[in-house]
Design a protein around this ligand. Structure first.
Ligand code: ZN
Length: 399
């Protein structure tokens, strides 16, 4: 038994949306909830206090990026996990399995990615960097994945992923899975599902910390029979929760979730991997997803793309050079409530001076993270009041 448990508190009458409470050794998460990506177990330019002020409930870090540090066995205080030490904050955490990075970072050349991703192709960020023609750099076997990284021959498989995740010590960890790209065939996806299922069993049997919850991952690409096969198998195992991975177009999110969700136990939490655009959040929640992670709020903040209830603004544009307004009127984030004007944020963010630029990024991060957390709070309120469908329609009108 681990200390993580989940309770469904309320179900929406018109959709599969649900309110829940996910309890972990480091605190409770009200769901549906956004999960922010702190790749190396931190958020550049934000202090632990800043993170808290954005109302962030749950953070996901990358096993691949913390691998070396985890196995070095840095000195930790009694009961402290590596991830909590790195964040400097007692907050619920997750780690991915490292599978995505192994199959993508290992491919190397990021610039080739664009060729393979049409605008239409959403959404699993873990897949965004997957480049089919570079697969010659990796060898996938029953044991795991052999790959070249920075000139070194490396290996990652289910048992090693579990070992690293145990050392990182997040509250929620994921099984090692075989990701596929949107361009992969049925045959390739079929093999990937079979391997993902075998690896899931091996992860399940591998020793983890008692207080860690293990989530199994459903794959199967855009193929109904494979999705159902994967969901049936993974859903039949006594995992603490379930992740849904894979790549699909925006229109396919709903379809895939409708195939998969009926085979996952109602009382367990469901996490959608790598999804987090505004419209996609509503689709995910409507179909019964409880948590989802995405780099969008933080990555875009660093480039000055700021979210408001009506549109994005690109704060670097010249038109904001004299704009004295706050990012969004009525926004209660630290940046807006301290009345930091747009022109100032623009000036800082376009400044080559590192310190000034960092301050600009901080203002943007604080706003975007708060925006998404606040949106989820509003979504939760709408479910509570049986008004989710109405809220979705009203909100998306402006998007
Ligand atoms: Zn704001």
């Amino acid at each position: 038994m681990n200390e993580t448990c989940f309770k469904v508190l309320k179900k929406d009458k018109k959709s599969k949306a649900r309110l829940g409470l996910l309890s972990t050794p480091h605190g409770n998460i009200q769901t549906p909830s956004y999960v922010f990506v702190g790749t190396y177990g931190k958020f550049r330019h934000l202090t632990p206090r800043d993170i808290k002020r954005t109302k962030t409930q749950l953070v996901i870090a990358n096993t691949f990026h913390l691998w070396e540090e985890a196995l070095q066995g840095l000195p930790l205080q009694q009961g402290q996990s590596l991830l909590i030490k790195k964040l400097g904050l007692n907050i619920p955490t997750m780690t991915d399995s490292g599978g995505f990075q192994v199959l993508s970072l290992a491919f190397g050349d990021k610039n080739k990615i664009g060729k393979f991703m049409t605008k239409n192709i959403a959404v699993d960020n873990r897949l965004r960097k997957s480049v089919i023609h570079s697969r010659k750099n990796v060898k996938i076997t029953q044991k795991g994945v052999y790959f070249n990284f920075k000139g070194q021959k490396m290996f990652l498989g289910p048992e090693l992923s579990m070992k690293i995740q145990k050392k990182i010590g997040a509250d929620i960890i994921f099984t090692f899975d075989h990701i596929t790209s949107p361009l992969d065939s049925f045959k390739y996806n079929k093999k990937a599902v079979e391997l993902t299922n075998k690896w899931a069993l091996r992860c399940f049997r591998t020793n983890k910390n008692n207080n860690q919850a293990l989530f199994g991952i459903v794959q199967g690409g855009i193929y109904k029979s494979l999705r159902i096969k994967s969901a049936k198998f993974i859903g039949s195992l006594p995992f603490d929760g379930f992740g849904i991975g894979g790549s699909y177009t925006k229109k396919q999110i709903s379809k895939i979730l409708k195939w998969v969700i009926p085979y996952l136990p109602e009382e367990k939490p469901r996490h959608l991997l790598g999804v987090g655009k505004v419209a996609d959040i509503f689709e995910a929640v409507q179909n019964g997803i409880d948590t989802f992670d995405c780099v969008i709020p933080t990555r875009e903040a660093r480039h000055g793309r700021l979210y408001t209830k009506t549109r994005h603004i690109d704060i670097r544009k010249g038109k904001y050079i004299k704009d004295k307004k706050v990012i969004e009127k009525g926004c209660a984030c630290q940046t807006c409530s301290n009345k930091i004007p747009r022109f100032k944020i623009r000036k800082l963010l376009t400044n080559e001076d590192r310190k000034q630029n960092a301050t600009g990024q901080r203002y943007c991060l604080m706003h975007n993270m708060w925006f998404f957390n606040n949106l989820l709070e509003e979504i939760r309120e709408s479910i509570q009041k049986d008004k989710f469908t109405e809220f979705k329609k009203k909100f998306l009108k402006n998007y």
